[in-house]
Design a protein around this ligand. Structure first.
Ligand code: ATP
Ligand code: MG
Length: 445
């Protein structure tokens, strides 16, 4: 059942008088019209039992021949998943599962089933493979535990926005079409843009930095990003949704303070507002009071002390990220002060040691859910860093020129909405958290 209290506050000339979750709370004898899908139907001749499902829950409809006119009983006998509206009286008794049933006085078929429904929504034993489910997402979504994932994700995104608005951040929308690669990467989807070469944006990086350069120095955004990475893992999509901030007059520690508070607010909101959904998903959300920070070097030492074969300068594997969480004893932690060569060229080198930079990752339940950094705001240092990597600053002129007209120190981060939702819901495949995932193989529906 949904945990929203205000589910029925909005009625646009409704075809129903109540959602099921509200109808079942009414007094005995109340007249209602409910509408949804036939989840179950059982015809034992003298009596027909149906279970109606809407987005709020399920309710039994009981039609006893003799007590209910035959034409109404007959109309109720439809294939599962037929869309119907039923008007009737609420009866409270021990007969129905929830102790409430509806005795119909009118049945209307609103949407027929033609042929065979691809799989049985009500069968909890025979759940098809993920691929079959995704091919039929409109059926898959009818299962309450699948809707639960998207309600959790909605709450994650709402909590992100609500926290930042409350702290004086302003929302912006970047573009998704770019003429050049922001990160200089090859993993871009080219598109046809009139007679020009263009790509889908792999990150809103430069755009959020430009908003800060323009004087909007506390901004956030949510946007789709596109990465033409050919890998097929359970933690990568080719189209992902990022939740980003960028802050002027700030460094890595300042934006980690914000990220720590945002993460705690997100987890708290989900734990409070999505209890039934979490229960359905068999996941428990713990709300931390702090998110500890460890430098890259400290964590390398921890791993080495634990017998892991890893050297300073190596990147951590997924297994390391998981193990470090166990060693630290925290579901969420930051990895700070990375080797410069492991991070994007625009990461600010640390004042004390240029081999180390002010970049960080946030790990939650053994997975990187976010990356961030203080950015280089000096165009000469930026060109130098590009040259240090054996690249030609000429090719990055579009990026470098943005910092030539007065750029404040600034920093930001990005959380992957699907990754955080996946971990909150204790799911093992990121595809579960996006309605219509895009991966190497999947381009439909
Ligand atoms: P990874 O190393 O795990 O591939 P990344 O470091 O390349 O990720 P970033 O560029 O740091 O990713 O992107 C910021 C955040 O966006 C990541 O921390 C992650 O939560 C999310 N993200 C990045 N790439 C993907 C992807 N392909 N699919 C889903 N989410 C992603
Ligand atoms: Mg990253």
């Amino acid at each position: 059942m949904r945990s929203d209290q205000n589910i029925s506050n909005v009625h646009y000339r409704p075809m129903r008088s109540h959602y099921i979750s509200d109808a079942v709370k009414l007094e005995e004898g109340a007249e209602v019209t409910v509408a949804g899908w036939l989840h179950e139907i059982r015809d034992i001749k003298k009596i027909v039992f149906a279970v109606l499902r809407d987005r709020s829950g399920m309710m039994q409809i009981t039609a006893k021949r003799g007590a209910v006119a035959d034409e109404i009983v007959d109309l109720l006998i439809q294939p599962k998943e037929t869309v119907v509206s039923v008007t009737g009286k609420i009866v409270k008794g021990k007969g129905a599962k929830a102790g409430v049933e509806l005795i119909p006085s009118k049945v209307e078929v609103l949407g027929k089933v033609y042929g065979k429904v691809p799989f049985d929504v009500a069968d909890k034993e025979k759940i098809p493979e993920l691929d079959v489910r995704l091919d039929n997402r409109h059926i898959d979504l009818r299962r309450p535990e699948i809707q639960a994932i998207f309600r959790v994700r909605g709450t994650v995104q709402q909590a992100f926005r609500e926290y930042l608005l409350g702290k004086g951040f302003e929302e912006i929308v970047p573009t998704a079409i770019v003429g050049a690669a922001t990160e200089g990467g090859a993993e871009l989807f080219p598109i046809v843009y009139f007679e020009k070469e263009a790509f889908l944006a792999q990150s809103p990086q430069l755009y959020k930095q430009m908003a800060v350069m323009g004087g909007m120095d506390k901004i956030f955004m949510q946007c789709l990003v596109y990465r033409a990475e050919p890998h097929a893992t359970t933690a990568h999509l080719n189209e992902a949704y990022q939740m980003d901030i960028e802050m002027g007059f700030a460094d890595d520690n300042d934006v980690m303070d914000v990220e720590e508070a945002v993460l705690i607010h997100i987890l708290k909101s989900v734990a409070e507002k999505r209890k039934p959904e979490l229960e359905m998903l068999k996941s428990v959300v713990n709300v931390p009071t702090t998110v500890p920070r460890f430098t890259y070097s400290q964590l390398i030492e921890k791993l080495q002390a634990n017998g892991e074969k890893i050297e300073w300068g190596d990147d951590f594997s997924r297994a390391h990220e998981k193990l470090m969480g166990e060693l630290i004893g925290s579901e969420a932690y930051f990895i700070t002060k990375w080797p410069t060569k492991l991070r994007a060229f625009y990461s600010m080198p640390s004042k004390e040691n240029v081999e180390i930079c002010n970049a960080f990752d946030l790990i939650y339940r053994g997975l990187e859910i976010s990356s961030g950094a203080q950015r280089i705001h000096d165009p000469e240092l930026l060109a130098q860093q590009i040259r240090n990597r054996g690249l030609d600053p000429e090719n990055f002129e579009f990026y470098i020129r943005a910092f030539k007209s007065g750029a404040p120190p600034h920093a930001g981060w990005s959380i992957g909405a699907e990754r955080i939702t996946m971990k909150i819901c204790s799911l093992d495949n990121i595809r579960e958290t996006t309605l219509f995932p895009r991966d190497r193989m999947r381009l439909s529906p």
